[in-house]
Write a protein that binds this ligand. Structure first.
Ligand SMILES: NC(=O)c1ccc[n+]([C@@H]2O[C@H](COP(=O)([O-])OP(=O)(O)OC[C@H]3O[C@@H](n4cnc5c(N)ncnc54)[C@H](OP(=O)(O)O)[C@@H]3O)[C@@H](O)[C@H]2O)c1
Length: 421
């Protein structure tokens, strides 16, 4: 199929574009600055702004399906204020629907959000709700997907949790009791691919959540726990949080406001988990805790492998230095300088020197009548030693890399789209 992924360079969109491409679809990713995201060759990228119809319209020609993932984050006040949600989520969706209809594209998959409601409590939720109405009233085959928070490499949920909290002891509004049902981006993307391909989903509004229901405090604890640090949560009274965010909103450049406070008052969980419509069960889905644990194991393996690379370099340096220093000393201070100061480097050189001496002994035992020049054997010994170290360090490096890669691919689940940690 020809699939246009609007917002195809974002967190979910880039992953969806890659997976669709890997599964043989012809993919076009549209965003304002598509050049910023390295997508694989074979995925066409188009620059366009959904708030300007003329800039996006031509990308819809010849497409079989469109997925609309354009987003402004609800976690922060957008640059330009909360009215941007209406301009981008609602106005942008109107333009997408208009272009879909103009080019007779068969199917539109709209990424919405849990709780989307034209009369909702925040500008984001209202714009998402109104955009859903626009899609539902259009003359086309639509599927609406409302996920809970999505986690994975490149997502903002975990960095945002870390921004809000500190390890060991942290304060959270209301003790961090707001509930979430985090879903892994790879699991969500496989369901989105199904929504693109399978006619059974047409006309459905799906609420999708992950396998666990967690409070914000649980999430913070899991994040720090996998880093080996505890996190005790102290409740901040909601009234204090409301005052702080409402006053903060008035300050120039303050990133959050009353909407972020309001969104803490509503749980981000599904009323009924629709993952079964995609043949999934909660036990098949990746948990946040599993993801965090695998991510930290992969990071450890990476650190170990960098440490090994450094220590191998140091070994080379030591051996090289061990050879060079005495030679330099021999040349420049023959018979003069007390050699004792260079004892450590001599010790190292003995290790390698012995190779040369050994060779000399073997050669003279084999051919006593034709003694081989000791200096030549000494040099051969040096090269043999370096060769041995190079072979050993390459072997070590490969083994470590294999360990790191296997931990990483486990983490990314082979068969689903994966990224490095
Ligand atoms: N991530 C979550 O936890 C989560 C949870 C629930 C629902 N969702 C929904 O899932 C969808 C995707 O979210 P995401 O996390 O992948 O968002 P994201 O990482 O912020 O990606 C947004 C994409 O939209 C593009 N974009 C933004 N403004 C645009 C404009 N005016 N015109 C054209 N393209 C524009 C961005 O690229 P440029 O900046 O280059 O234009 C980017 O490719 C959104 O609808 C979001 O509301 C996400």
């Amino acid at each position: 199929m020809d699939v246009l992924v609007v917002g195809g360079t974002g967190f979910i969109g880039s992953r969806l574009s890659r997976t669709l491409h890997e599964q043989g679809h012809s993919v076009t990713a549209l965003s304002r600055s598509p050049g910023d995201e390295p997508l694989p060759d074979g995925i066409r990228t188009v620059a366009g702004d959904v708030t300007e119809y003329d800039s996006i319209e031509s990308a819809f020609a010849g497409q079989d399906a469109v997925v609309n993932l354009v987003a402004l984050s609800p976690l922060f006040t957008p640059a330009g204020g909360n009215e941007q949600h209406e301009r981008v989520h609602l106005g942008g969706t109107r333009n997408v629907v208009r272009a879909v209809e103009a080019h007779d594209v068969e199917r539109l998959i709209q990424l919405s959000a849990l709780g989307a409601d034209p009369d909702g409590a925040t500008a984001y939720i209202r714009a998402k709700g109104a955009a859903e109405r626009v899609v539902q009233e259009a003359a086309l085959d639509w599927v609406i997907v409302r996920p809970s928070v999505v986690f994975g490499d490149g997502g903002e949920f975990i960095p945002f949790t870390k921004l809000l909290t500190t390890p060991y002891l942290t304060g959270l509004p209301g003790g961090g009791a707001t509930m979430f049902q985090p879903i892994w981006v790879g699991d969500l993307v496989s369901m989105l691919v199904d929504a693109v391909e399978d006619d059974r989903h047409v006309g459905s509004v799906y609420e999708l959540g992950g396998p666990d229901t967690l409070t914000l405090a649980d999430v913070a604890k899991q994040v720090y726990h996998t880093e080996g640090r505890p996190c005790f949560v102290l409740p901040i009274p909601m009234a204090v949080a409301r005052l702080g965010l409402t006053v903060g909103e008035k300050l120039p450049g303050f990133p959050m406001g009353a909407d972020q406070f309001r969104s803490l008052q509503f749980d981000n969980t599904v009323s009924e988990n629709d993952i079964e419509a995609f043949g999934q069960r909660p036990s098949n889905l990746r948990t946040l805790e599993g993801y965090l644990t695998e991510r930290s194991a992969a990071a450890d393996a990476k650190a170990r492998s960098s440490w090994m690379a450094l220590s191998t370099l140091a070994l080379f340096g030591l051996l090289g230095g061990g050879w060079l220093l005495p030679t330099v000393v021999d040349i420049y201070s023959y018979g003069g300088l007390p050699r004792l100061a260079f004892l450590p480097s001599y010790l190292v050189s003995i290790l390698t020197y012995d190779g040369g001496l050994g060779l000399e002994r073997v050669a003279s035992a084999l051919a006593p009548a034709a003694p081989v020049d000791g200096g030549t054997l000494w040099t051969v010994g040096l090269f043999l030693t370096f060769y041995l170290v190079a072979v050993l360090s390459t072997w070590f490096g490969r083994r470590l890399r294999v360990t790191a890669v296997s931990i990483q691919s486990d983490g990314d689940r082979p068969g689903q789209d994966g990224e490095s940690v």
